[in-house]
Design a protein around this ligand. Structure first.
Ligand SMILES: Cc1ncc(COP(=O)(O)O)c(C=O)c1O
Length: 397
């Protein structure tokens, strides 16, 4: 029997799946395939290869038969290593057997965290602009995303007065992302404390996406820029769900491995859902991730140094292009220039740049209404590709 022979009651996709739109990133991605010489600055994906020691660990795992199901929460040695990492880097203690879960990247981590924490009809505060997947993930669990403004005028920091007006009896949580996609903004300790006070005052959960925590760029002469985990602030640990990943830090996007750390009742619920939906994460990827955490970290340092150089070139050149104005992002690997001076809206400008300069970027509108007036340029590409791409853009503007 073919799909066309089924009645409309049985043949169509679920209403839930129809809540997920096609993202502008996808449209650009598909169209970019038709230009053989395209330079891709649209994807949030490191161009670096996964470090060799990590690949070797995966090969060893396969050769020695570590190819079976693992615990639904993840291999215990990996959870212990994650817990040590959280203690050392993030100054917060999580019990590896009860408070840590290995996930299929941060994407699955976010979905599991929401599924385990929210009821249908609950409201959750989501950043605007923010990573588009947040809104989709919230809708998928039947909750309602309520967008809060991040403004370029205040360096995309959390503005308590603005957010306060959005709280209703249904508000259950707030989601934050630092360093942020698409803005590259890093929330300061003072600003995170404001988020914490707000969450405590309204008894909200906090979901914190920290996948870019290592992507911080120190400026000569300025005070030390540090990533602060909101879970480490006083009285916060139990209300925070921390989401992180190996994808960006270790250039491991295709391995699909990340983790979530949360109080034991949320973790227990996430483990149950993870086990029911996928049993466990690939054993080979988990053992590669263990090596990523426990092995030498010099490749991470080298990659971050390269990103900093790329960032500096990207921002300098962008600010010389007609109609572009780009503040210096402190973190992640994205430039988010204002483009109002070009006279185009963000989708039309991204399309023009793709069609005329053969450079793929993302329209800011893909990240929420406050993203309009910007485009996102990922500098996760070689310096020579970045330079050629920007030269091409500059020629058509
Ligand atoms: C803010 C943010 N969180 C999560 C992810 C997804 O990470 P993962 O590959 O671990 O699912 C991305 C990917 O672009 C991202 O930008």
């Amino acid at each position: 029997m073919s799909v066309s022979q089924l009645s409309s009651r049985t043949s169509g996709p679920s209403k839930r799946s129809q809540l997920l739109g096609i993202s502008a990133i996808r449209i650009i991605f598909e169209k970019a395939q038709s230009f053989p010489d395209v330079i891709r600055l649209e994807l949030g994906e490191p161009d670096f290869d996964t470090p060799q020691n990590i690949k070797d660990a995966a090969i060893r795992a396969i050769s020695t038969g570590k190819t079976k199901y693992t615990s639904g929460a993840g291999i215990l040695d990996l959870r212990k290593a994650i817990s040590r990492k959280l203690e050392k880097d993030n100054h917060v203690s999580f019990e590896p057997t009860k408070e840590v879960l290995v996930t299929a990247g941060a994407t699955a981590g976010i979905n599991l965290a929401l599924l385990a924490s929210l009821e249908v009809g609950d409201e959750i505060l989501v950043p605007n602009p923010g990573w588009a997947t947040y809104v989709y993930a919230v809708r998928l669990v039947g909750a309602n995303p309520v967008l809060y403004d991040l403004s370029s005028q205040s360096s995309y920091s959390f503005d308590r007065d603005g957010v306060e007006k959005l709280v209703t009896p249904k508000t259950k949580a707030i989601l934050i992302n630092t360093p942020g996609n698409p803005t590259g903004a890093v929330l300061s300790q003072k600003n995170l404390q404001q988020v914490a006070d707000f969450a405590i005052d309204h008894d909200l959960k906090v979901f914190c996406d920290e996948v870019y925590e290592k992507f911080l760029y120190q400026e000569p002469g300025s005070s030390d820029l540090r990533h602060i985990s909101i879970a480490s602030l006083p009285e916060m640990k139990d209300r925070v769900v921390t989401i992180n990943s190996f994808s960006k830090t270790y250039a491991m996007t295709g391995w699909r491995v990340g983790y979530v750390a949360a109080n034991s009742s949320v973790t227990d619920a996430m483990v149950k859902i993870n086990t029911a939906s996928s049993s466990c994460i690939s054993s080979v990827s988990q053992l590669a991730a263990l090596e990523a955490l426990e092995g030498p970290q010099d490749s991470v340092t080298k990659m971050i140094e390269a990103y900093q150089k790329r960032r500096d070139v990207t921002i300098k050149v962008l600010n010389g292009i007609h109609g572009f104005n780009c503040p210096l992002p402190q973190g992640a690997f994205y430039a988010f220039p204002k483009i109002q001076g070009t006279g185009y809206n963000s989708f039309d400008l991204s399309m023009k740049i793709l069609e005329q300069a053969h450079v793929a970027t993302v329209p800011g509108s893909a990240f929420g209404s406050n993203g309009e007036g910007h485009i996102r340029i990922a500098y996760a590409n070689s310096l020579s590709n970045i330079e050629s791409a920007l030269e091409r853009i500059s020629k058509i503007m």
